[in-house]
Ligand binder design. Structure first.
Ligand SMILES: [Cu+2]
Length: 126
């Protein structure tokens, strides 16, 4: 009986230790990543949100929730020369997304290359 109790306590300790390890692993992953991300949804009515302010190094994911392709790109249409890298160089198909990390501080106007009347501004700060 005593031995049974001893093993029961021992196994509980092991389970407890395993749980602690899992928790600390999750925490460290969170610390290591430390990458800021944000999302802009694209639909037929434009970008949501269309005007955001982010810190330099933030990754913005443009998610296409429309049934048609969408194409986020830097001003000005059609050459996209303000921030040439801010351009997937091809349409983002329905249901897909495109992510871009903003490394340049500035006020970047953008638009939907397939519907240039829709657009917004991404302000990147230090
Ligand atoms: Cu364009």
């Amino acid at each position: 009986m005593r031995i049974k109790t001893f093993f029961l306590i021992l196994s509980l300790l092991f389970v407890g230790a395993a749980c602690n390890q899992k928790i600390s692993q999750t925490e460290s992953v969170g610390e290591v990543s430390g990458i800021e991300t944000t999302q802009i949804v694209m639909t037929a009515s434009g970008f949501e949100p269309s005007d955001i302010t982010i810190k330099k190094g933030t990754t913005v994911t443009f998610l296409n929730q429309d049934i048609k392709p969408r194409w986020p790109a830097s001003a000005s249409h059609p050459t996209h020369t303000d921030y040439p890298e801010f351009d997937p160089k091809q349409p983002v198909v329905a249901g897909a997304s495109w992510s871009f990390t903003f490394d340049r501080v500035g006020k970047w106007k953008f638009h939907d290359h397939l519907n240039p009347a829709r657009g917004g501004t991404i302000t990147v700060v230090e």
